[in-house]
Design a binder for this molecule. Structure first.
Ligand SMILES: [Zn+2]
Length: 81
């Protein structure tokens, strides 16, 4: 019985170590203002998550808004007007 508990604890420790290592790697990758290919942003219209790469965007001042489709971008523009 104790073996299972120890094994579970060990697995948990390994899991957290791997997770923090992956996070550190991803944080380093997105440093310096470059847009990561897998960075997810929320569409303010429908709430869907889209990647910055290959999604529809709208520049407003110094802010960029990302959308899942042309339809969402158009309705967001309409809302602003
Ligand atoms: Zn959308």
């Amino acid at each position: 019985m104790w073996r299972f508990v120890i094994l579970a604890v060990l697995l948990l420790i390994v899991y957290f170590m791997v997770r923090s290592a992956v996070r550190g790697f991803l944080a380093r990758k997105t440093q310096g203002g470059t847009i990561g290919a897998a960075e997810m942003v929320q569409d303010p219209v429908c709430g869907m998550y889209v990647t910055k790469e290959g999604s529809f965007f709208l520049q407003r001042g110094d802010q960029l808004h990302f959308f899942c489709s042309e339809t969402c971008r158009a309705s967001y523009e309409k809302k602003l007007a």
